[in-house]
Design a protein around this ligand. Sequence first.
Ligand SMILES: NC(=O)c1ccc[n+]([C@@H]2O[C@H](COP(=O)([O-])OP(=O)(O)OC[C@H]3O[C@@H](n4cnc5c(N)ncnc54)[C@H](OP(=O)(O)O)[C@@H]3O)[C@@H](O)[C@H]2O)c1
Length: 210
Amino acid sequence: MKRNVLVFGATGKTGCLICKELDSRNIPYSVFVRKESVNKLTSDSAKIIEGDVLNTQDVENSFNGAVFTDVIISLGSKKLRNTVIRSKGSNHIIEAMKNNQSEANIHVISALGVGDSCTQLKWYVKLFFNLLLKSVLDDHEKQEILVQNSPFLYHILRPVGLKNGPAKGNVHVQNEGFLPENQIERADVAKYLVESLSENKTGISTICNK
Ligand SMILES: NC(=O)c1ccc[n+]([C@@H]2O[C@H](COP(=O)([O-])OP(=O)(O)OC[C@H]3O[C@@H](n4cnc5c(N)ncnc54)[C@H](OP(=O)(O)O)[C@@H]3O)[C@@H](O)[C@H]2O)c1
């Protein structure tokens, strides 16, 4: 199947690596990027769509006339409080997809601790998450619910803590029980996401390095 991918969050730490992975597989893609962030893009092979994901019209325009097979959402923010970018952004994307009769699959970078994966957290990690990351996890929770209730096929990735080193080349998927590692390289997340996309994988994958 010939792919055409749209990436949201392409200038982010994970998003850049997702683009690199798409490049290495010669998968055509577009990136939706804020005007002031275009210079952060690390690849020049993508079609650039400028816009703010919090602006409904910008998101709507990105689907106008273009047929995408896959939409990747790797949105995030450094804000730890009152953060809405993941849920609001995903809501705008889903509505724009519906309005444009898109049939694309959605691939989302969420996080361990969201939804039923909170049972996979040891008590002290749960405490830490509740103290520091509650707003981020609530935002991801809303994002996941929107994606799961949408008419689109989806693959939600719930990585453990993200690291910036080179890919280790191993990804462990485990949706129940405590995971063997509490970290994963962003490069491995990107590789796993694009591999899963090519294999039409759907559902939810909680992932860490082995
Ligand atoms: N850090 C961890 O250990 C960890 C663990 C598990 C899951 N996660 C989740 O993984 C995801 C990706 O994380 P990351 O560290 O790779 O993210 P990141 O580096 O913070 O990247 C966030 C991306 O979102 C884009 N963005 C933000 N606001 C936007 C807007 N209004 N319009 C358009 N684009 C916008 C940013 O664009 P700009 O360049 O314009 O800012 C950037 O490309 C996040 O959702 C995070 O919660 C993180």
